[in-house]
Write a protein that binds this ligand. Sequence first.
Ligand code: AMP
Length: 216
Amino acid sequence: MLNIILLGPPGAGKGTQAKRLVDERAMVQLSTGDMLRDAKTSGTEMGRKVAEVMATGQLVTDDIVIGLIKEKLTQGAGGGFIFDGFPRTLKQADALGALLDGMGQGLAAVIEMQVDDAALVSRITGRYTCGNCGEVYHDITRPAKVSGTCDACGSHDLRRRVDDNEDALKTRLMEYYKKTSPLIGYYYAKDKLHSVDGLAEMDHVSQAIAKVLDKG
Ligand code: AMP
């Protein structure tokens, strides 16, 4: 079982690469962002509160996301789990370590996707996704072939995230540097860290990730 973490600021390409790994290696993507967006539409009080926090770009509490991950881990994964957007704090990282330990599993690698901040603004503000299959698009670098229609599944449900605007992005970046970037040192010290150039072409990033996974 290859369990991996994709680590990087918003817009680094974690979701895109995770989806490729799901297709190519039958791994299971665990995106806490996606889970929280689902909770948002559930109409519960918790969902409403989460939505408010997410819209500003701040992190949701550790207890909520750890609870979500715990639930998913019990469902098992054939080719291994891809943790996408989790952990985002040291507390979450410790909790994940303990959960995997308890299952007799570990982490094969933590892949840090390096990008510079200037690139993130244009990546994030041009981004939209298919609400049906999750395919990721961009106004300039990867527009849908037929405007308004998903290339992958034909759905017309193409959406922009409410937090993909410049204001929320500033908060998301600040949260990343304050709370998430310490994980780079944390996993380096555990001999798990591998860094790839997230600004390279999508296929090259995939190749760099494959190299890390196939080495182990
Ligand atoms: P993402 O889709 O990964 O960019 O996440 C979108 C938003 O969901 C973040 O800006 C946070 O508000 C929240 N979120 C996602 N994952 C986590 C996490 N592991 N810890 C705390 N908040 C999270």
